[in-house]
Design a protein around this ligand. Structure first.
Ligand code: NCD
Length: 307
């Protein structure tokens, strides 16, 4: 595929053609067409925030492409001695990293690292893939979600997707709003008043304060975890009250289209944002398919920036 960017920092700079190209490349990976020629390149995963599925699927994706995959152990590193993010990145690039997969709590951290390694001299250059930067973007998660929807419905064009919960602090919501609308889907966002997006939202996204109105007739319901760790002020709502007012249960799901799928990027807080039984129900839940498709989608992303 012809991927015209050096890095993958967000959905914002991607065109429809870029997105479709990445999704087609992911399908090629599923079909077993793994590109040769990347073997031996070096991938360093630098995760400054916790992760299970993103970290593991990036590592597996790199290994399936034949890359050397190293984990930069943040806790054991010189970050604790006060080394800056930019100097850390320059160090990893100078050691020979061809791609740094970055997760960080600060919005813009991936961009900062991309700028820093852009100035590394003497090598072919190091690409940066954003695996989540604070409340900003999580582009590979949005690509996975789009890939799962495209597998199910054939296209994203004309679909209606409800994204529910903590929209304000969710990089998954942000990247999904950008991607889905760019690909011709309609997006409704809903959640507690204080967790709705405070600023501008992309064209094609509507804020529907009532959860049941938001879910009504949609093709997909995407539930999100409340990002307590990103809140300046605590949310004054017990887990039970949250579930009663804003959680997905079967009665509410029945308002969606009959063919609707239930999505969640994980980690799930059972019986808070979603009833545990619904999350487990293979008749509607595609949550584990989202996990599994993380590998081919991330293979496509790594191959794109290394290609
Ligand atoms: C999300 C994240 O880290 O933004 N998880 C993921 O990567 N699948 C969502 C979350 O933490 O709630």
């Amino acid at each position: 595929m012809a991927y015209p960017h050096r890095h993958l920092l967000g959905i914002a700079p991607l065109t429809r053609v870029d997105i479709a190209g990445l999704l087609d490349a992911a399908q090629a990976m599923v079909d077993g067409h793994v590109p040769a020629g990347l073997a031996g390149r070096i991938q360093i995963d630098a995760f400054f925030e916790n992760s299970t599925r993103t970290l593991m699927s990036f590592a597996l994706a790199g290994k399936k492409l034949g890359l050397h995959v190293l984990d930069f152990g943040v806790a054991r590193s010189s970050v604790a001695k006060g080394e800056t993010l930019a100097d850390t990145a320059r160090t990893l690039a100078a050691l020979g990293a061809d791609v740094i997969v970055m997760r960080h709590g600060a919005p813009g951290a991936a961009e900062e690292v991309a700028q820093a390694v852009g100035h590394t001299s003497g090598r072919g250059g190091c690409a940066v893939v954003n695996a989540g930067d604070g409340v900003n973007e999580h582009p590979t998660q949005a690509l996975i979600d789009a890939f799962v929807l495209r597998r199910r419905f054939g296209t994203l064009d004309g679909l209606t997707v409800a994204i529910c919960g903590d929209i304000r602090h969710s990089r998954v919501a942000r990247s999904n709003m950008l991607l889905l609308t760019r690909m011709g889907a309609h997006v409704r966002v809903t959640g507690p008043t204080g967790l709705l997006p405070p600023g501008a939202i992309p064209e094609g996204v509507s804020i529907v304060p009532d959860l049941e109105d938001a879910i009504s007739g949609v093709d997909a319901v995407m539930m999100l975890r409340v990002q307590h760790e990103r809140m300046a002020e605590r949310l004054h709502l017990s887990a039970n009250d949250y579930h009663a007012r804003y959680g997905l249960n079967s009665a509410r799901l029945a308002l969606a289209a009959r063919h609707a799928v239930v999505m969640h990027p994980g980690p799930v807080n059972r019986d808070v944002e979603i009833a545990g039984t619904l999350a487990d129900d293979p008749a509607c839940s595609v949550i584990l398919e989202q996990v599994a498709m993380g590998v081919p989608v991330r293979m496509a992303c790594l191959a794109a920036v290394l290609g």
